[in-house]
Ligand binder design. Structure first.
Ligand code: HEM
Length: 405
């Protein structure tokens, strides 16, 4: 049998996709000692765990993973408590709030970043754009002072370093814990202020939200905002970097998207399938569970490999090919992301911000294509993906003829 590289090894980080194939075919359920978890990789198994029709799984494992940096968030909750908490926050991320209040915020923030480099003929789409755009959007949606964007960005960097700290570097852990304190000291007075004088922003909407007589405490709101740094920032950041890396490496598909911008939706869906920002999600079994790969005992941590499931040859034809025209993207134009891939998970914890992410990517890609008429990778540059739990290109230097106006 082929050897499966350890998910924490440098060999795996360099190219997880070939290891994913071996896992799906020869070891679809593995006990992994270092993470003390069962790893699953087949589409049907990961889908089954996410959908969780029989309530066999909880997210209790998040208590030790994310509590130290965020506090208690909706990700850690299950059952009715989760349903109510989710109903409190979800309306702000869809429908009229998204359309009327937040689309202008997205357009403005993307434009401001592009204006800083469009006359120069070169940029790094990761550092100059992707790592800044979604975080700035969240800060503006919350109605925070523009002058605080750099501070918000620093907390963002510290939080994602904490969550990705696989080697347990004590300095990164300490910085993450300091961020939790600083973030709370910053947010609490602003939350109190918005309770007294509400505005037309996300923070005021969270303060006012009420479902079945339940309202969010100051601590709940602060924890949710902290979660948004990673859940809404890092993910969309990596999605934007990856959609450009994929298109730049497939110039014919880039040309098609440039010509017909309605194809951005397909390019986004295919990017989320082919190179998802979040490669692994954990769950905890509440009972013994039978999967296609074998049996998981009750009380076990389960690592669901989204990156592997999204390339399962039993679900997708020619899965290792990036193809925005693939027939498997059933709903890319109408956007019900749930049918196309597992990048947003499924079921009760399905990404609250999926529509917001889609709006950010569609607007951002459209504006960037306009600003960079003959966009190409810098000479000799080959994009390199980095990361294990979350993954994306670390840098994307590009060249283009400067736009003069
Ligand atoms: C949940 C991915 C963008 C907010 C999730 C989950 C995934 C995910 C996989 C499920 C986590 C789990 O089940 O354990 C993504 C990707 C994005 C993205 C790939 C970008 C392409 C966003 C944005 C926001 C957001 C823009 C908000 C600003 C959330 C929240 C949850 C969540 C609050 C928790 C939902 C719950 O527990 O009920 N996301 N996300 N995400 N996402 Fe996203």
């Amino acid at each position: 049998a082929q050897q499966v590289p350890d998910i924490l090894s440098p060999e795996f980080a360099a190219n997880p996709y070939s290891a994913y194939r071996v896992m799906r075919e020869t070891a679809p359920l593995i006990w992994h000692e270092p993470t003390q978890s069962y790893i699953i990789s087949r589409y049907e198994d990961v889908e089954r765990v996410f959908k969780d029709k029989k309530s066999e799984f909880t997210t209790d494992n998040y208590n030790w993973q994310i509590e130290p940096v965020h506090g208690k968030t909706i990700l850690q909750l299950s059952g009715r408590e989760h349903a109510v908490r989710r109903a409190l926050v979800a309306p702000a991320f869809r429908g009229s709030d998204l359309q009327e209040k937040f689309l202008p915020v997205i357009e403005h923030n993307s434009r401001a970043l592009i204006d800083a480099f469009r006359h120069t003929g070169s940029a790094d789409l990761v550092t100059d754009y992707a790592t800044r755009f979604p975080v700035n959007v969240i800060a503006d949606m919350l109605g925070l002072d523009k002058a605080d964007h750099p501070r918000f960005h620093r907390w963002y960097t510290s939080v994602i370093a904490f969550l990705g700290n696989l080697s347990g570097d004590p300095e990164v852990t300490a910085a993450g814990e300091r961020t939790r304190v600083e973030f709370a000291e910053y947010m609490f007075p602003i939350i109190r202020e918005r309770r007294e004088k509400p505005g037309d922003d996300l923070l005021s909407a969270l303060c006012a939200a009420e479902v079945d007589g339940v309202k969010m405490s100051d601590e709940d709101i602060k924890a949710f905002c902290s979660l948004l740094l990673a859940a809404g920032g890092e993910t969309t950041d990596k999605a934007i970097a990856s959609i450009f890396a994929n298109l730049l490496l497939h110039p014919d598909q880039l040309a098609a998207v440039r010509e017909d911008r309605s194809l951005i939706a397909r390019a986004f869906a295919e990017t989320l399938r082919y190179t998802p920002p979040v490669h692994m999600i954990m769950r905890q079994s509440a009972t013994e569970v039978e999967l296609s790969g074998g049996t998981i005992p009750s009380g076990a941590t389960v690592t669901c490999l989204i990156g592997a499931a999204n390339r399962d040859e039993n679900r997708y034809s020619d899965p290792d090919r990036f193809d925005i025209f693939r027939k498997d993207l059933t709903s890319a134009t109408a956007f019900s992301a749930a049918a196309d891939h597992l990048a947003f998970a499924l079921g009760r914890h399905f990404c609250v911000g999926a529509l917001l992410a889609k709006a950010e990517v569609e607007i951002g890609v459209d504006q960037l294509l306009d600003a960079m008429p003959d966009l190409r990778l810098a000479d000799g540059y080959d994009p390199v993906e980095q990361g294990v739990f979350t993954r994306g290109p670390q840098s994307l230097p590009v060249r283009f003829t400067p736009v003069t106006d």
